[in-house]
Ligand binder design. Structure first.
Ligand code: SF4
Ligand code: SF4
Length: 137
């Protein structure tokens, strides 16, 4: 099994440095690969990344919610969305995203499509090569 980063990720980067097998990769270019991704073939399911995420975006694969009920105010971040987000990451660098949508309290979203997005990033997307273009945001 693996852990999966869902589209609740807004590129905080807190998870990257705790992964003992360095299998969390920042999406680049961020317009097309807007979050961070976990390599399912390398993840050892240690769970260390989960408490490091201030946005509660990481789940074991078999616990990714098909019915996620929003608290209100959190952002979904995925290619194709057009909402604006500004924040600061774990390293105090500005993060600006134009691929978001803010959720309303009680709104229900299915996060399970993000499992395939994580897989696609490594199977048909940039994968580890994205690290070469990483700008730290
Ligand atoms: S800590 Fe959470 S929000 Fe930050 S990059 Fe990791 S998964 Fe995304
Ligand atoms: S569960 Fe462990 S091995 Fe898998 S991505 Fe998180 S920190 Fe890395």
């Amino acid at each position: 099994m693996t852990h999966v980063i869902t589209s609740l990720c807004v590129r905080d980067r807190g998870c990257i440095e705790v992964c003992p097998v360095e299998c969390i990769v920042p999406g680049q270019p961020a317009e097309g690969w807007s979050m961070m991704y976990i390599d399912p073939d390398t993840c050892i399911d240690c769970g260390a990344c989960v408490p490091e995420c201030p946005f509660a975006a990481i789940f074991p694969e078999d616990e990714v919610p098909a019915v996620y009920t929003a608290k209100g105010g959190e952002y979904i971040n995925k290619a194709g969305l057009t909402g604006h987000y500004e924040g600061t990451n774990h390293h105090n660098k500005a993060v600006v995203l134009e691929t978001t949508r803010q959720l309303a309290a009680g709104e229900v979203v299915d996060l399970t499509p993000d499992i395939k997005v994580n897989n696609d990033f490594f199977k048909s997307g940039p994968g580890y090569a994205a690290k070469d273009n990483d700008q730290g945001t």
